[in-house]
Design a protein around this ligand. Sequence first.
Ligand code: PLP
Length: 404
Amino acid sequence: MKINENFLKIQSSYLFSNIAKKVNAYVKENPERTVIRLGIGDVTRPLAPAVIKAMEKAVSEMADEKTFRGYPPEYGHDWLLTAINTNDYLSRGVKLDNSEIFVSDGAKSDCGNIGDIFSVDNKVAVCDPVYPVYVDTNVMSGRAGDFESNSWTNIVYMPCTEENGFLPEIPKEKVDIIYLCFPNNPTGMAITKDELKKWVDYANANDSVILYDSAYEAYITEDNVPHSIYEIEGAKTCAIEFRSFSKTAGFTGVRCGYTVVPHELVRGNVEINALWARRQATKFNGVSYITQRGAEACFTEEGKKQIREIIAYYQKNARTIYEGLKDCGFTVYGAKNSPYVWLKTPEKMRSWDFFDLLLNEIQVVGTPGQGFGPSGEGYFRLTAFGSAENTDKAVARIKEYFCK
Ligand code: PLP
């Protein structure tokens, strides 16, 4: 018996587990202090009433023999696929067939599982800093090489820095799989349609596949920023898109997302859609009926209005953090199209040192940029997902400590 030794290569535990360990240790030692958590990107507002109503109705249906349901269809109920298709795509001029949409338990699983359908020989490119799941899942599947001088030998890192406006540059060497996430986690920066078109053209010219994570599209406020990669001409022949109800409708604890794999995406004469369908049918058994009814309710007029209000609440928090820190002399990015604020640590402090300083001195928890990749060193992420009250308090504590 041999284990998958790739798992031994992963240097440390998952970033957010490390943060949780540090915070828990601090809380244990300092029970009298109140810690404000603006670290992990988890929502705090309750589900929209329209979602609750739909889920309660679904629960009642499950209690009645006549309306009880067993296994759901593995790719999602047609009524949810149609609601997603109509509201998230057709409304933006993107025509999809329902068979191109796969409902799942969230974007994290899909971003991680998608690697199953691609050869381990593919060259992978990621933004740096990056949502850690893209890198770690490629390490697990043996696609990343070895960890040397702070990075993986077989992964192409595309630095997103102040100098390039936090937008990756097209790699000089040929890459096969490109992970793009916009609006970006962790930098909070968005990509314009013109910039994204360059990536679509590159991928089509090089037979690459773009894995486009738009988990934060609901936070976009600017017109020239695409919500879906399929708003870009040519994207259907080179891109897979991941979406989530987590940050849009507060489903982090409910679990629902979806992935779009267009039929036009063909590599080596094989429709990638068929591979993903096969993968999901074998390894995934669908999202619960109750959850899918809740997701469907997000697209009702009532649901849309309530969800917009929740997003506006977080957007206001993002502005509070951004403006508060800026007033205080910090260099800050993000917030405009995103629930994240990406700040430069003062005096080039290392990001984990800044984490310790904020925790120990003012009991505010954020995420050290270094945890998202080598180019994240010297940066720090704060999220807008806390309560307005805690966000105001955290900003006040930061101002009091740093605005001297
Ligand atoms: N993609 C990005 C970029 C994220 O930041 C997150 C969560 O933080 C996810 C995906 C996970 O989404 P889900 O809750 O749908 O698994």
